[in-house]
Design a binder for this molecule. Structure first.
Ligand SMILES: CC(C)(COP(=O)(O)OP(=O)(O)OC[C@H]1O[C@@H](n2cnc3c(N)ncnc32)[C@H](O)[C@@H]1OP(=O)(O)O)[C@@H](O)C(=O)NCCC(=O)NCCS
Length: 156
């Protein structure tokens, strides 16, 4: 497996698989600004030159800077093989270089896989009523960037 930054062709590929990978309409979350404005933070994982996972995120401007993971998706056929963890760790390394001291992500109530993934990866979990507006609760995940945990795996 190989982790690398994304190209325009990769972004097109993300948009074409996302509904299938999520099991429902999700493509609106892959907003083009995550390629055109924030593409230098975006990552994919390839296996045998096929994209098997992606991460779209950015680093916030104000101190303390935070690496915000907007969207992560793994091909259903390769889940539970460490691809999500690999993407988060690479994103954390990049965010840290840009001065981020913490990571943050959110997910909707009912996304048990996402909740379990973030818990397993050391995130603090808060359930916040009205986080996304009236009646729109979200799980909010946060974790300090632990420099000691960011050893670069062989091959990137
Ligand atoms: C959530 C998601 C990103 C996890 O990716 P993944 O590559 O399968 O996760 P990893 O293999 O790196 O998992 C690391 C650990 O997280 C936990 N974990 C991950 N997915 C889990 C699940 N569905 N149920 C329970 N625990 C889970 C496990 O502890 C796992 O370690 P283990 O397999 O050794 O037990 C993936 O399931 C996905 O793409 N889901 C659909 C999209 C989505 O919900 N994205 C997140 C919100 S934007």
């Amino acid at each position: 497996m190989r982790t690398r930054g994304i190209t325009q062709a990769d972004f097109h590929q993300i948009v074409s698989v996302i509904d299938y990978w999520w099991g429902g309409p999700t493509s609106a979350l892959a907003h083009p600004m995550f390629f055109h404005e924030y593409g230098h933070h975006a990552l994919i994982v390839e296996e045998s030159e096929r994209m098997v996972g992606f991460l779209l995120g950015f680093v916030t401007d104000r101190a303390p800077r935070v690496g915000y993971i907007h969207l992560v998706g793994i091909d259903p056929e390769v889940r539970r093989r460490g691809v999500g963890r690999r993407l988060y760790e690479q994103f954390a390394r990049q965010a840290r270089v840009e001065g981020a001291v913490a990571l943050k992500a959110i997910t909707t109530p009912g996304n048990q896989g996402s909740l379990d993934f973030h818990k397993a990866n050391g995130y603090t979990v808060d359930f916040v009523e009205d986080y996304a507006g009236p009646g729109r609760a979200r799980y909010v995940f946060t974790r300090a960037i632990d420099a000691a945990a960011l050893v670069d795996p062989a091959g990137g």
